[in-house]
Design a protein around this ligand. Structure first.
Ligand SMILES: *Cc1c(COP(=O)(O)O)cnc(C)c1O
Length: 333
């Protein structure tokens, strides 16, 4: 079976209709500075301006809207404390559903209050992300809540794919799209949309060298687990799941290339975004700019760079902008 058929262009078009008016259609801005570096027109897809600060609202909103009224009434649940947790909390609240976000006791008070502020119930259990995930599974089994995972779910992938649809509508001649890559929900959805509209457009996944689980899995030919390490691109952390059902096959099939970036290259990308483009982005959102600046992409036509999120701790952002080296950033946490 062709992996592309797991989530089709039609599924993504249906998702776009469903989420219309509930997520922002984000602008594309041409970057003169990056165009000079790359020698081709470069456009930034300003998705970090999405409500809740990342594209994750697209998938979460599509997933919540795809539930039956009975399912929605029982509530949604997830274990993510990052951008997916924020997006799901917001999407559920907008649709009048209760979101429960499970977290371990190790999560900062900061994150707990942020998720509560977005209207979700927070359940604090155990001392690890694994224990938080076990609580999610218990709530699904006992209370019939709907689990909305961060990437390996057809409705989530279709929702993220609406970003690819928008890019091809805004710039039909796009020759290459640079997509931040972790669990692969964004890359799978964007690639299915982009390739569905123009099979010749290249879709390139970008991630940090530290803990690149999807890249290691594609190279191995099956999902593998690799050690997690702290990174400036913290939203790209985490594995793809050894029982991955959709995103591994779709990314293997649809991505033209996967490029790995060092911590220093990611920091350079964040600095360029701030100084030259006047944009505050988190490390995960900076990998596309980082790859262009590092000369790792050889484009043959217009390039679109997805700036995927902006939820960075501002004191960390300030240290990056002020030129802290990656070693210094690590010392400072
Ligand atoms: C989640 C996330 C990604 C990676 O998305 P996947 O679907 O897990 O590959 C990239 N950037 C930001 C800002 C994110 O929050």
């Amino acid at each position: 079976m062709n992996a592309q058929s797991f989530v089709s262009l039609d599924d993504i078009r249906a998702a776009a209709t469903r989420v219309a008016g509930r997520v922002l259609r984000t602008p594309m801005a041409r970057s003169a500075a990056l165009g000079e570096v790359a020698g081709v027109p470069v456009y930034l897809k300003l998705e970090h301006h999405q409500t809740t600060g990342s594209f994750k609202l697209r998938g979460a909103t599509n997933a919540v809207l795809s539930l039956t009224p009975e399912e929605r009434a029982r509530g949604v649940v997830a274990a993510s404390t990052g951008n997916h947790g924020r997006a799901l909390a917001h999407a559920a609240k907008e649709q009048g559903a209760v979101a429960t976000i499970c977290m371990s006791q190790l999560v900062s008070d900061n994150k707990v209050s942020e998720i509560r502020r977005l209207g979700a119930e927070v359940r604090i259990v155990g001392h690890s992300q694994d224990e938080a995930q076990q609580e999610v599974e218990r709530l699904v089994a006992e209370k019939g809540m709907a689990m909305v995972p961060p990437f390996d779910h057809a409705d989530v992938i279709a929702g993220q794919g609406t970003l690819g649809l928008e890019i091809m509508e805004q710039l039909p001649e796009t020759a290459a799209v640079l997509v931040p890559l972790s669990g692969g929900g964004l890359a799978a959805g964007v690639a299915a949309a982009v390739k569905g509209m123009n099979p010749k457009t290249r879709v390139i996944g970008l991630t940090m060298r530290r803990g690149a689980a999807m890249k290691a899995s594609i190279d191995a030919g099956h999902p593998v687990q690799i050690e997690e390490m702290p990174s400036l691109a913290d939203s790209l952390g985490g594995g793809i799941g050894l029982d991955n059902a959709l995103t591994f096959a779709m990314c293997s099939d649809l991505l033209d290339d996967v490029i790995l970036l060092s911590e220093e290259e990611i920091a350079v990308g964040m600095r360029h975004a701030y100084a030259a483009e006047r944009e505050i982005i988190e490390g995960a959102g900076a990998v596309g700019i980082a790859a262009l600046l590092a000369g790792r992409i050889s484009p043959s036509g217009s390039v679109v760079v997805i700036l995927s999120g902006r939820n960075v701790d501002m004191s960390l952002h300030r240290r990056v902008i002020n030129g802290a080296s990656s070693a210094e950033l690590e010392d400072a946490g």
